[in-house]
Design a binder for this molecule. Structure first.
Ligand code: BEZ
Length: 393
């Protein structure tokens, strides 16, 4: 048999097409849409946060021509209900049933801890657009896990410093008993006490309980100089309103991380006016990127963006940088990760870089509620990065 016979017209066409694909690069050869799994809360006390993150993420993708690294996107969505018990099954559904290339989520730290374990076990790329569980970018850090939001202790530390500088001597803290609340209080306490203050009582409720009355009675009796509270979403709306209704707002200042008043001011109305909070974002940050982001978001969704929308937007911005570096070829994982690690993101919050553990290094602003705005009144801590917590990357 002649092994060198002339190729048929069909074989020549196949060879020509294959050569064309190779010339276009592996991304084109790989074909197909990039599958993005959004695992976020769409019901419950954090529902509005999940929606804002989704909107922000999709806005950044649209601004990038609807593609990442040249590939179109197919979204897969799961409502995680902010329920840690359901997290492994939900994450596995997206990874094993839907075969997503990238996982984006979530809001609740307990869910994120379980989700990041599944991502680590399956080596799936995960970008966290909110949940601040300190350990995820500390001892549990991994090459495939990134965060574009914050770590829970960061805004707490900043407020601890500010309150100590304001010469407050005693504080009572109140929060839900789970990683986010505990770590937020931990950050506040450490820097408040380092500055000469004392946390005289830590009050805890189970998540997502909102029966605050007996706790407010206890706060009134304790008469601290200040109350530091971590609540978010629907819980934050109710706590701030109940605090004012109990007559405490005029006697004991209520402060917290910005989650206490972000995305909630419409519902909190008068009860939030004048409150001080600390966060890596402020509505009125007058920088070109924030002005453009706010205008585009409001045009697309007919509502003002909040910190959660901004974090979702930055999750997509980070992915754009990674995907562009590998021209859409996710099999080049090491190059993709390297590009994301070295990213300098033009964020609506200001310039954003990532630490060794893949957590944001950013300014934490001091904000004051004025009308429907969390107005930036200063920088509480510049370029805040987490202390080393045993990340081995
Ligand atoms: C968290 O669970 O990590 C979290 C939830 C809402 C706002 C901020 C942090």
């Amino acid at each position: 048999m002649n092994r060198f016979r002339k190729p048929s017209r069909f074989a020549a066409l196949v060879a020509f097409a294959a050569a064309g694909l190779l010339a276009a690069g592996p991304a084109a050869a790989q074909q197909g849409k990039l599958k993005v799994g959004l695992m976020l809360p769409y019901t419950g006390t954090y529902a509005a946060l999940g929606t804002a993150i989704t909107n922000g993420f999709k806005l950044a993708v649209e601004e990038n021509g609807g593609k990442l690294g040249g590939r179109e996107i197919e979204y897969f969505t799961v409502d995680d209900e902010s329920d840690p018990a359901k997290a492994p099954e939900n994450a596995n559904k997206l990874i094993k049933r839907d075969n997503v290339d990238v996982l984006v989520g979530t809001v609740h730290s307990g869910v994120a801890l379980a989700m990041s374990k599944v991502a680590r076990d399956n080596n799936t790329l995960l970008i966290i657009p909110n949940a601040g569980a300190d350990d995820i970018t500390g001892p549990l850090c991994a090459a495939n896990v990134f965060r574009t939001s914050f770590s829970n202790s960061q805004p707490g530390r900043a407020m601890g410093k500010v309150m100590a500088e304001q010469k407050k001597k005693t504080a009572v803290t109140i929060t839900w008993k789970y990683a986010a609340g505990e770590e937020s209080i931990g950050g506040f306490k450490e820097d408040f006490e380092a500055g000469g203050g004392k946390v005289v009582k830590e009050l805890y409720l189970p998540f997502p309980q909102v029966e605050f009355q007996s706790y407010l009675t206890e706060i009134a009796a304790l008469k601290p100089d200040v109350v530091y509270a971590f609540f978010a979403g629907g819980g934050a709306v109710k706590f701030v309103k109940d605090y004012a209704a109990a007559g405490l707002k005029t006697t004991i200042p209520l402060v917290g991380p910005g989650f206490l008043t972000d995305g909630t001011l419409e519902a909190q109305g008068e009860s939030a006016q004048g409150m001080l909070t600390t966060l890596h974002y402020g509505d009125g940050l007058n920088i070109p990127k924030n002005n453009a982001f706010r205008a585009a978001y409001t045009k697309a969704y007919k509502v003002e963006p909040d910190v959660y929308a901004m974090q979702g937007y930055d999750a997509a911005q980070l992915l754009v940088i990674g995907m562009n570096a590998v021209k859409g070829d996710t099999s080049k994982r090491a190059d993709l990760v390297k590009a994301m690690e070295g990213a300098r993101i033009d964020s609506p919050r200001g310039s954003l870089a990532l630490s060794k553990g893949h957590n944001p290094i950013h300014d934490i602003y001091l904000r004051k509620v004025e009308g429907k705005e969390n107005k930036v009144v200063g920088v509480a801590v510049k370029n805040l990065t987490d202390p080393p917590r045993g990340c081995k990357l």
